[in-house]
Design a protein around this ligand. Structure first.
Ligand code: ZN
Length: 62
C-alpha cells in the first residue's frame, strides 16, 4: 500500500509525498528541537558515565 501523501514531521498536517515539512518554519523548528533532544541525550549519557565511574572507583577502593 502506497500513501498518496505524507504528514509534516513537525506539526503533522498533510503535505505532498515529496516533502518532509509543510513550511520552512516547521523545518527550522524541527531541527532546533532535534538538536535540543540530542544535546539532552548527550548530557544524560555524560551523567550516566559519571555515575558509572564513581561506582567503579567506589568498588575498586574496598
Ligand atoms: Zn508543519
Amino acid at each position: 500500500m502506497v500513501e498518496k501523501h505524507r504528514h509534516c514531521i513537525n506539526c503533522g498536517i498533510s503535505i505532498p509525498p515529496n516533502e518532509y515539512f509543510c513550511s520552512k518554519k516547521c523545518e527550522i523548528e524541527f531541527n532546533s528541537r532535534r538538536r535540543k533532544a540530542m544535546m539532552f541525550q548527550w548530557i544524560l549519557f555524560g551523567l550516566l558515565f559519571f555515575v558509572f565511574m564513581i561506582l567503579l572507583f567506589a568498588s575498586a577502593k574496598s
